[in-house]
Design a protein around this ligand. Structure first.
Ligand SMILES: Cc1ncc(COP(=O)(O)O)c(C=O)c1O
Length: 464
Protein backbone atom coordinates (compact mmCIF):
# COMPACT_ATOMS: atom_id res chain seq x y z
CA UNK A 1 0.00 0.00 0.00
CA UNK A 2 1.26 3.45 -0.84
CA UNK A 3 1.28 6.34 1.61
CA UNK A 4 0.87 9.86 0.29
CA UNK A 5 1.27 12.86 2.53
CA UNK A 6 -0.15 16.23 1.55
CA UNK A 7 2.04 17.98 4.14
CA UNK A 8 5.17 16.74 2.36
CA UNK A 9 6.88 19.28 0.12
CA UNK A 10 7.27 16.57 -2.57
CA UNK A 11 4.26 16.63 -4.93
CA UNK A 12 1.83 13.72 -4.49
CA UNK A 13 2.41 12.23 -7.94
CA UNK A 14 6.16 12.24 -7.28
CA UNK A 15 5.71 10.52 -3.92
CA UNK A 16 3.73 7.78 -5.68
CA UNK A 17 6.25 7.58 -8.50
CA UNK A 18 9.11 7.18 -5.96
CA UNK A 19 7.31 4.41 -4.06
CA UNK A 20 6.39 2.39 -7.17
CA UNK A 21 9.87 2.86 -8.63
CA UNK A 22 11.47 1.61 -5.38
CA UNK A 23 9.25 -1.49 -5.43
CA UNK A 24 10.24 -2.19 -9.04
CA UNK A 25 13.95 -1.67 -8.40
CA UNK A 26 13.93 -3.86 -5.32
CA UNK A 27 12.17 -6.65 -7.23
CA UNK A 28 9.11 -6.52 -4.97
CA UNK A 29 7.04 -5.69 -8.03
CA UNK A 30 8.22 -8.39 -10.47
CA UNK A 31 8.47 -8.02 -14.23
CA UNK A 32 5.17 -8.13 -16.11
CA UNK A 33 3.05 -7.67 -13.00
CA UNK A 34 0.06 -5.51 -13.72
CA UNK A 35 -0.38 -2.15 -12.02
CA UNK A 36 -3.85 -1.24 -10.78
CA UNK A 37 -5.88 0.94 -13.12
CA UNK A 38 -5.53 4.69 -12.64
CA UNK A 39 -9.09 5.05 -11.38
CA UNK A 40 -8.85 2.07 -9.01
CA UNK A 41 -5.59 3.23 -7.41
CA UNK A 42 -6.82 6.83 -7.19
CA UNK A 43 -9.89 5.58 -5.31
CA UNK A 44 -7.83 3.44 -3.01
CA UNK A 45 -5.50 6.33 -2.15
CA UNK A 46 -8.25 8.95 -2.00
CA UNK A 47 -6.16 10.83 -4.50
CA UNK A 48 -7.06 12.35 -7.84
CA UNK A 49 -6.70 10.42 -11.11
CA UNK A 50 -4.23 13.12 -12.18
CA UNK A 51 -1.92 12.16 -9.32
CA UNK A 52 -1.85 8.50 -10.29
CA UNK A 53 -1.71 9.23 -13.99
CA UNK A 54 1.18 11.66 -13.42
CA UNK A 55 3.16 8.96 -11.57
CA UNK A 56 2.40 6.32 -14.24
CA UNK A 57 3.34 8.70 -17.07
CA UNK A 58 6.70 9.39 -15.48
CA UNK A 59 7.40 5.70 -14.82
CA UNK A 60 6.37 4.94 -18.39
CA UNK A 61 8.57 7.70 -19.85
CA UNK A 62 11.56 6.33 -17.94
CA UNK A 63 10.89 2.73 -18.97
CA UNK A 64 9.97 1.29 -15.56
CA UNK A 65 6.59 0.23 -16.89
CA UNK A 66 5.12 -0.49 -20.30
CA UNK A 67 1.56 -0.40 -21.55
CA UNK A 68 -0.56 -2.97 -23.37
CA UNK A 69 -3.43 -1.59 -25.40
CA UNK A 70 -6.72 -1.79 -23.50
CA UNK A 71 -5.03 -3.75 -20.68
CA UNK A 72 -3.17 -1.11 -18.70
CA UNK A 73 0.36 -0.78 -17.37
CA UNK A 74 2.83 -3.58 -16.54
CA UNK A 75 6.24 -3.65 -14.87
CA UNK A 76 9.15 -3.77 -17.32
CA UNK A 77 11.75 -6.53 -17.04
CA UNK A 78 14.87 -5.10 -15.42
CA UNK A 79 18.18 -6.76 -14.77
CA UNK A 80 18.09 -6.50 -10.96
CA UNK A 81 21.87 -6.79 -10.73
CA UNK A 82 22.36 -3.85 -13.04
CA UNK A 83 19.41 -1.81 -11.85
CA UNK A 84 20.26 1.31 -9.88
CA UNK A 85 19.58 0.78 -6.19
CA UNK A 86 16.45 2.39 -4.92
CA UNK A 87 17.64 5.75 -3.77
CA UNK A 88 15.49 7.24 -1.12
CA UNK A 89 17.12 10.17 0.58
CA UNK A 90 17.35 8.11 3.77
CA UNK A 91 19.47 5.53 1.91
CA UNK A 92 21.75 8.25 0.63
CA UNK A 93 22.15 9.42 4.19
CA UNK A 94 20.90 12.80 3.03
CA UNK A 95 18.81 13.33 6.12
CA UNK A 96 22.05 13.71 8.01
CA UNK A 97 22.89 16.96 6.34
CA UNK A 98 19.78 18.36 4.74
CA UNK A 99 17.90 20.82 6.94
CA UNK A 100 14.34 19.71 7.68
CA UNK A 101 11.74 21.28 5.40
CA UNK A 102 10.36 24.44 6.97
CA UNK A 103 7.37 23.74 9.17
CA UNK A 104 4.07 25.02 7.82
CA UNK A 105 2.04 26.87 10.40
CA UNK A 106 -1.55 28.01 10.14
CA UNK A 107 -0.45 31.15 12.02
CA UNK A 108 3.15 31.94 11.21
CA UNK A 109 4.30 34.99 13.17
CA UNK A 110 7.79 34.99 11.66
CA UNK A 111 8.82 38.66 11.41
CA UNK A 112 10.44 38.43 7.96
CA UNK A 113 7.35 37.24 6.08
CA UNK A 114 5.63 39.58 3.63
CA UNK A 115 2.02 39.80 2.52
CA UNK A 116 1.41 36.80 0.28
CA UNK A 117 -0.86 38.56 -2.18
CA UNK A 118 1.10 41.74 -2.75
CA UNK A 119 4.10 40.89 -4.88
CA UNK A 120 3.42 42.96 -8.03
CA UNK A 121 3.95 39.99 -10.34
CA UNK A 122 2.45 41.52 -13.49
CA UNK A 123 4.49 44.71 -13.19
CA UNK A 124 7.63 42.78 -12.35
CA UNK A 125 7.14 40.56 -15.40
CA UNK A 126 6.69 43.67 -17.54
CA UNK A 127 9.88 45.21 -16.14
CA UNK A 128 11.81 41.97 -16.67
CA UNK A 129 10.71 41.90 -20.30
CA UNK A 130 11.42 45.58 -20.87
CA UNK A 131 14.84 45.17 -19.27
CA UNK A 132 15.57 42.28 -21.63
CA UNK A 133 14.09 43.88 -24.72
CA UNK A 134 16.15 47.04 -24.52
CA UNK A 135 19.39 45.44 -23.42
CA UNK A 136 19.66 41.85 -24.54
CA UNK A 137 23.09 42.44 -26.12
CA UNK A 138 24.46 43.33 -22.71
CA UNK A 139 23.68 39.80 -21.56
CA UNK A 140 26.57 38.58 -23.70
CA UNK A 141 29.11 39.90 -21.20
CA UNK A 142 29.59 40.51 -17.48
CA UNK A 143 27.75 43.53 -16.08
CA UNK A 144 29.17 46.37 -14.02
CA UNK A 145 31.11 44.80 -11.15
CA UNK A 146 29.73 47.14 -8.51
CA UNK A 147 26.15 46.79 -9.73
CA UNK A 148 24.24 48.01 -12.75
CA UNK A 149 24.76 51.76 -13.21
CA UNK A 150 21.12 52.42 -14.05
CA UNK A 151 20.00 50.67 -10.89
CA UNK A 152 22.59 52.51 -8.82
CA UNK A 153 21.33 55.84 -10.19
CA UNK A 154 17.74 54.89 -9.30
CA UNK A 155 18.75 53.82 -5.81
CA UNK A 156 20.69 57.06 -5.34
CA UNK A 157 17.76 59.29 -6.22
CA UNK A 158 15.33 57.21 -4.15
CA UNK A 159 17.62 57.31 -1.11
CA UNK A 160 18.13 61.04 -1.38
CA UNK A 161 14.45 61.78 -1.74
CA UNK A 162 13.01 59.29 0.72
CA UNK A 163 15.70 58.48 3.23
CA UNK A 164 17.74 61.66 3.24
CA UNK A 165 20.86 59.68 2.27
CA UNK A 166 23.31 61.89 0.38
CA UNK A 167 25.60 59.94 -1.92
CA UNK A 168 26.74 59.46 -5.51
CA UNK A 169 25.88 56.34 -7.50
CA UNK A 170 29.58 55.45 -7.48
CA UNK A 171 29.37 54.92 -3.72
CA UNK A 172 26.64 52.29 -4.13
CA UNK A 173 27.45 48.57 -4.24
CA UNK A 174 24.63 46.25 -5.25
CA UNK A 175 24.66 43.04 -3.24
CA UNK A 176 22.54 39.98 -2.66
CA UNK A 177 21.45 40.57 0.91
CA UNK A 178 22.73 41.96 4.17
CA UNK A 179 25.09 39.08 4.86
CA UNK A 180 26.87 39.60 1.57
CA UNK A 181 27.12 43.35 2.18
CA UNK A 182 28.55 42.72 5.65
CA UNK A 183 31.05 40.21 4.23
CA UNK A 184 32.40 43.03 2.09
CA UNK A 185 32.50 45.43 5.05
CA UNK A 186 34.21 42.86 7.29
CA UNK A 187 36.92 42.36 4.66
CA UNK A 188 37.38 46.06 4.04
CA UNK A 189 37.83 46.98 7.69
CA UNK A 190 39.76 44.03 9.04
CA UNK A 191 43.24 45.47 8.57
CA UNK A 192 42.57 48.30 11.02
CA UNK A 193 39.70 47.02 13.17
CA UNK A 194 39.03 43.89 15.15
CA UNK A 195 36.19 44.61 17.60
CA UNK A 196 32.55 45.18 16.57
CA UNK A 197 29.84 46.52 18.86
CA UNK A 198 26.38 45.08 18.18
CA UNK A 199 22.99 45.88 19.61
CA UNK A 200 21.84 43.55 22.37
CA UNK A 201 19.18 42.41 21.78
CA UNK A 202 19.86 42.71 18.08
CA UNK A 203 19.88 40.96 14.73
CA UNK A 204 21.92 37.74 14.87
CA UNK A 205 23.31 37.98 11.33
CA UNK A 206 25.92 40.74 11.87
CA UNK A 207 27.24 38.82 14.88
CA UNK A 208 27.59 35.71 12.74
CA UNK A 209 29.28 37.43 9.79
CA UNK A 210 31.83 39.33 11.87
CA UNK A 211 32.54 36.28 14.00
CA UNK A 212 33.26 34.31 10.84
CA UNK A 213 35.84 36.93 9.99
CA UNK A 214 37.48 36.50 13.41
CA UNK A 215 36.29 39.82 14.84
CA UNK A 216 35.54 40.07 18.54
CA UNK A 217 31.88 40.84 19.16
CA UNK A 218 30.91 43.23 21.95
CA UNK A 219 27.19 43.18 22.69
CA UNK A 220 26.01 46.64 23.80
CA UNK A 221 22.65 46.93 25.60
CA UNK A 222 19.74 48.67 23.91
CA UNK A 223 17.56 51.15 25.78
CA UNK A 224 14.57 53.20 24.67
CA UNK A 225 16.91 55.52 22.74
CA UNK A 226 18.62 52.70 20.90
CA UNK A 227 22.10 51.42 21.62
CA UNK A 228 23.48 52.62 24.98
CA UNK A 229 26.14 55.10 23.90
CA UNK A 230 27.91 55.31 27.24
CA UNK A 231 28.52 51.60 27.18
CA UNK A 232 29.67 51.71 23.57
CA UNK A 233 32.10 54.51 24.38
CA UNK A 234 33.37 52.72 27.46
CA UNK A 235 34.22 49.62 25.43
CA UNK A 236 36.90 48.87 22.86
CA UNK A 237 34.71 48.47 19.74
CA UNK A 238 35.79 50.58 16.77
CA UNK A 239 32.94 49.49 14.50
CA UNK A 240 29.30 49.48 15.51
CA UNK A 241 26.32 47.89 13.78
CA UNK A 242 23.04 49.74 14.48
CA UNK A 243 19.42 49.89 13.31
CA UNK A 244 18.73 53.48 14.41
CA UNK A 245 15.47 54.14 12.57
CA UNK A 246 13.73 50.98 13.78
CA UNK A 247 15.77 48.95 16.20
CA UNK A 248 15.55 45.23 15.57
CA UNK A 249 13.91 43.66 17.54
CA UNK A 250 12.61 46.28 20.01
CA UNK A 251 11.49 48.87 17.47
CA UNK A 252 12.98 51.91 19.22
CA UNK A 253 14.01 55.00 17.24
CA UNK A 254 17.34 56.62 18.10
CA UNK A 255 16.66 60.28 18.91
CA UNK A 256 18.67 62.93 17.13
CA UNK A 257 20.77 63.80 20.21
CA UNK A 258 22.00 60.21 20.36
CA UNK A 259 22.55 60.16 16.61
CA UNK A 260 24.78 63.20 16.90
CA UNK A 261 26.64 61.63 19.82
CA UNK A 262 27.12 58.42 17.84
CA UNK A 263 28.46 60.40 14.88
CA UNK A 264 30.82 62.20 17.23
CA UNK A 265 32.04 58.80 18.54
CA UNK A 266 32.77 57.75 14.96
CA UNK A 267 34.45 60.98 13.95
CA UNK A 268 36.61 61.55 16.95
CA UNK A 269 37.93 58.02 17.13
CA UNK A 270 38.25 57.05 13.46
CA UNK A 271 35.47 54.53 14.13
CA UNK A 272 32.88 53.17 11.69
CA UNK A 273 29.10 53.00 11.94
CA UNK A 274 27.15 50.40 9.95
CA UNK A 275 23.64 51.79 9.61
CA UNK A 276 21.14 49.06 8.70
CA UNK A 277 18.08 50.88 7.37
CA UNK A 278 16.21 47.68 6.57
CA UNK A 279 12.51 48.59 6.88
CA UNK A 280 12.19 52.26 7.67
CA UNK A 281 9.80 52.91 4.76
CA UNK A 282 7.20 51.22 6.95
CA UNK A 283 6.17 53.82 9.51
CA UNK A 284 2.50 54.02 10.37
CA UNK A 285 2.52 57.20 12.44
CA UNK A 286 4.22 60.33 11.16
CA UNK A 287 6.90 60.35 8.50
CA UNK A 288 9.73 57.86 8.03
CA UNK A 289 12.74 58.76 10.19
CA UNK A 290 15.56 60.20 8.04
CA UNK A 291 18.77 58.25 7.96
CA UNK A 292 21.82 58.76 10.12
CA UNK A 293 23.97 58.93 7.01
CA UNK A 294 22.06 62.02 5.86
CA UNK A 295 23.13 63.96 8.95
CA UNK A 296 26.82 63.48 8.12
CA UNK A 297 27.20 62.27 4.50
CA UNK A 298 30.98 62.58 4.69
CA UNK A 299 31.23 60.63 7.95
CA UNK A 300 32.45 57.06 8.44
CA UNK A 301 29.02 55.59 7.87
CA UNK A 302 28.33 52.49 5.85
CA UNK A 303 24.65 52.56 4.96
CA UNK A 304 22.84 49.31 4.17
CA UNK A 305 19.43 49.02 2.49
CA UNK A 306 17.36 46.17 1.10
CA UNK A 307 14.40 45.42 -1.16
CA UNK A 308 13.51 42.44 1.06
CA UNK A 309 10.95 44.19 3.26
CA UNK A 310 8.82 45.99 0.73
CA UNK A 311 9.19 43.92 -2.43
CA UNK A 312 10.49 40.40 -1.80
CA UNK A 313 13.17 38.71 0.30
CA UNK A 314 13.37 36.01 -2.37
CA UNK A 315 14.85 38.44 -4.92
CA UNK A 316 18.05 38.74 -2.84
CA UNK A 317 18.56 42.35 -3.81
CA UNK A 318 20.16 44.87 -1.48
CA UNK A 319 22.82 47.58 -1.50
CA UNK A 320 25.50 49.31 0.49
CA UNK A 321 26.45 52.96 0.37
CA UNK A 322 30.14 53.16 1.15
CA UNK A 323 31.75 56.35 2.42
CA UNK A 324 34.31 57.85 0.04
CA UNK A 325 36.99 56.96 2.57
CA UNK A 326 36.43 53.25 1.80
CA UNK A 327 35.97 53.42 -1.97
CA UNK A 328 39.68 53.11 -2.75
CA UNK A 329 40.04 50.03 -0.54
CA UNK A 330 36.84 48.59 -2.01
CA UNK A 331 38.13 48.92 -5.57
CA UNK A 332 41.49 47.52 -4.62
CA UNK A 333 40.06 44.42 -2.93
CA UNK A 334 36.96 43.90 -5.02
CA UNK A 335 38.08 45.38 -8.32
CA UNK A 336 37.93 41.98 -9.98
CA UNK A 337 34.89 40.49 -8.20
CA UNK A 338 31.73 40.32 -10.26
CA UNK A 339 28.42 41.57 -8.93
CA UNK A 340 26.53 38.75 -7.20
CA UNK A 341 23.10 39.82 -8.47
CA UNK A 342 21.87 38.85 -11.93
CA UNK A 343 21.89 41.74 -14.42
CA UNK A 344 18.42 40.68 -15.56
CA UNK A 345 17.01 41.24 -12.06
CA UNK A 346 18.95 44.45 -11.60
CA UNK A 347 17.59 45.87 -14.87
CA UNK A 348 14.08 44.85 -13.91
CA UNK A 349 14.49 46.65 -10.59
CA UNK A 350 15.91 49.73 -12.32
CA UNK A 351 12.94 49.76 -14.68
CA UNK A 352 10.55 49.24 -11.73
CA UNK A 353 12.06 52.26 -9.99
CA UNK A 354 12.38 54.50 -13.06
CA UNK A 355 8.72 54.02 -13.93
CA UNK A 356 7.55 55.02 -10.45
CA UNK A 357 6.27 51.53 -9.51
CA UNK A 358 8.61 51.27 -6.52
CA UNK A 359 7.33 54.39 -4.79
CA UNK A 360 3.72 53.50 -5.54
CA UNK A 361 4.36 50.00 -4.22
CA UNK A 362 5.85 51.40 -1.00
CA UNK A 363 2.75 53.53 -0.45
CA UNK A 364 0.51 50.57 -1.14
CA UNK A 365 2.40 48.28 1.20
CA UNK A 366 2.36 50.88 3.95
CA UNK A 367 -1.43 50.82 3.80
CA UNK A 368 -1.59 47.00 3.70
CA UNK A 369 0.76 46.59 6.68
CA UNK A 370 -0.74 49.42 8.72
CA UNK A 371 -4.06 47.60 8.57
CA UNK A 372 -2.50 44.36 9.77
CA UNK A 373 -0.49 46.19 12.42
CA UNK A 374 -3.64 47.83 13.78
CA UNK A 375 -5.53 44.52 13.81
CA UNK A 376 -2.68 42.89 15.69
CA UNK A 377 -2.60 45.63 18.34
CA UNK A 378 -6.37 45.46 18.74
CA UNK A 379 -6.28 41.68 19.16
CA UNK A 380 -3.40 41.75 21.63
CA UNK A 381 -5.27 44.32 23.69
CA UNK A 382 -8.51 42.31 23.54
CA UNK A 383 -6.95 38.91 24.26
CA UNK A 384 -4.05 39.67 26.59
CA UNK A 385 -5.23 42.90 28.22
CA UNK A 386 -2.89 43.84 31.04
CA UNK A 387 -0.97 40.56 30.80
CA UNK A 388 1.07 41.91 27.87
CA UNK A 389 3.07 45.06 27.36
CA UNK A 390 3.48 45.97 23.71
CA UNK A 391 6.85 47.29 22.58
CA UNK A 392 7.95 48.81 19.30
CA UNK A 393 4.57 49.40 17.68
CA UNK A 394 3.97 51.91 14.90
CA UNK A 395 6.46 50.63 12.34
CA UNK A 396 7.86 47.65 10.46
CA UNK A 397 6.48 44.15 10.16
CA UNK A 398 6.40 43.05 13.78
CA UNK A 399 5.74 44.12 17.34
CA UNK A 400 7.11 42.63 20.52
CA UNK A 401 5.04 41.74 23.56
CA UNK A 402 6.41 41.19 27.02
CA UNK A 403 4.48 38.82 29.28
CA UNK A 404 4.87 39.45 32.96
CA UNK A 405 2.56 36.88 34.48
CA UNK A 406 2.81 33.78 32.35
CA UNK A 407 3.74 30.58 34.19
CA UNK A 408 5.40 29.26 31.03
CA UNK A 409 8.91 29.68 29.67
CA UNK A 410 9.61 30.88 26.14
CA UNK A 411 10.43 27.32 25.05
CA UNK A 412 7.15 26.01 26.49
CA UNK A 413 5.12 28.70 24.74
CA UNK A 414 6.85 27.97 21.43
CA UNK A 415 6.30 24.22 21.81
CA UNK A 416 2.63 24.60 22.78
CA UNK A 417 2.17 27.10 19.97
CA UNK A 418 3.55 24.59 17.45
CA UNK A 419 0.94 22.05 18.52
CA UNK A 420 -1.76 24.60 17.76
CA UNK A 421 -0.27 25.61 14.41
CA UNK A 422 1.35 28.81 15.69
CA UNK A 423 4.87 29.60 14.47
CA UNK A 424 7.00 31.83 16.72
CA UNK A 425 10.68 32.71 16.57
CA UNK A 426 12.78 32.51 19.75
CA UNK A 427 13.17 36.04 21.03
CA UNK A 428 16.11 34.91 23.13
CA UNK A 429 18.05 34.31 19.88
CA UNK A 430 18.24 38.08 19.50
CA UNK A 431 20.27 38.23 22.69
CA UNK A 432 24.00 37.64 22.34
CA UNK A 433 23.86 35.27 25.31
CA UNK A 434 20.85 33.39 23.90
CA UNK A 435 18.96 34.16 27.14
CA UNK A 436 16.25 36.63 27.88
CA UNK A 437 15.08 37.49 31.40
CA UNK A 438 11.43 38.19 30.59
CA UNK A 439 9.17 36.10 28.45
CA UNK A 440 9.05 38.14 25.29
CA UNK A 441 7.35 37.23 22.03
CA UNK A 442 8.01 38.66 18.61
CA UNK A 443 4.86 38.86 16.55
CA UNK A 444 5.43 39.34 12.85
CA UNK A 445 2.20 40.18 11.04
CA UNK A 446 3.36 40.66 7.44
CA UNK A 447 2.58 37.15 6.14
CA UNK A 448 -0.78 36.71 7.89
CA UNK A 449 -4.22 37.86 6.83
CA UNK A 450 -6.35 39.94 9.20
CA UNK A 451 -8.42 36.85 10.07
CA UNK A 452 -5.35 34.75 10.71
CA UNK A 453 -3.96 37.45 13.00
CA UNK A 454 -7.21 37.48 14.98
CA UNK A 455 -7.42 33.70 15.27
CA UNK A 456 -3.70 33.27 15.94
CA UNK A 457 -3.58 35.87 18.72
CA UNK A 458 -6.71 34.47 20.37
CA UNK A 459 -5.17 30.97 20.38
CA UNK A 460 -1.84 32.29 21.58
CA UNK A 461 -3.41 34.13 24.49
CA UNK A 462 -5.10 30.89 25.57
CA UNK A 463 -1.72 29.14 25.63
CA UNK A 464 0.14 31.81 27.58
C1 LIG B 1 17.76 43.93 10.74
C2 LIG B 1 17.64 43.36 9.35
N1 LIG B 1 18.40 43.88 8.38
C3 LIG B 1 18.31 43.44 7.11
C4 LIG B 1 17.43 42.44 6.77
C5 LIG B 1 17.26 42.05 5.32
O1 LIG B 1 18.27 41.32 4.90
P1 LIG B 1 18.36 40.85 3.37
O2 LIG B 1 18.62 42.06 2.54
O3 LIG B 1 19.52 39.93 3.46
O4 LIG B 1 17.12 40.15 3.01
C6 LIG B 1 16.66 41.84 7.75
C7 LIG B 1 15.76 40.73 7.42
O5 LIG B 1 15.01 40.20 8.17
C8 LIG B 1 16.74 42.32 9.08
O6 LIG B 1 15.99 41.80 10.05
Amino acid sequence: MFILSSSDTVPLYKQLYNQIRDLILSGKLPADSKLPSVRHLANELSASCNTVDGAYQELYAEGYIYSRPRSGYFVSALDQEMAPHATTSAKLGRNDFLPPPPARFAYNFHPARLDQESFPAALWRKCLIEGLRGNSKELSHYGDLQGDWRLRCSIQSYLEKSRGVMCDPEQIVVSSGLHQGLEIVAQLLKDDHSVVGVEDPGYHLPRAVFENHAYTIRPVPVGQSGIELNQLKAGDATIVYVTPSHQLPLGYVMPVANRLALLEWAESGGNFIIEDDYDSELRYQGNPIPSLQGIRPTGNIIYSGTFSKILSPALRLSYLVLPYSLLGAYRQRYGSYNCSVSLVEQRAMACFMEQGHWERHIRRMRTVYKKKHDILLRCVEASFGKRAVVIGQGAGLHVVIRLHVTPLSEAEIIAKGRQKGIGLVRFSDFHATGNCENVTLMLGFGGLTGNEIEQGITLLSQIC
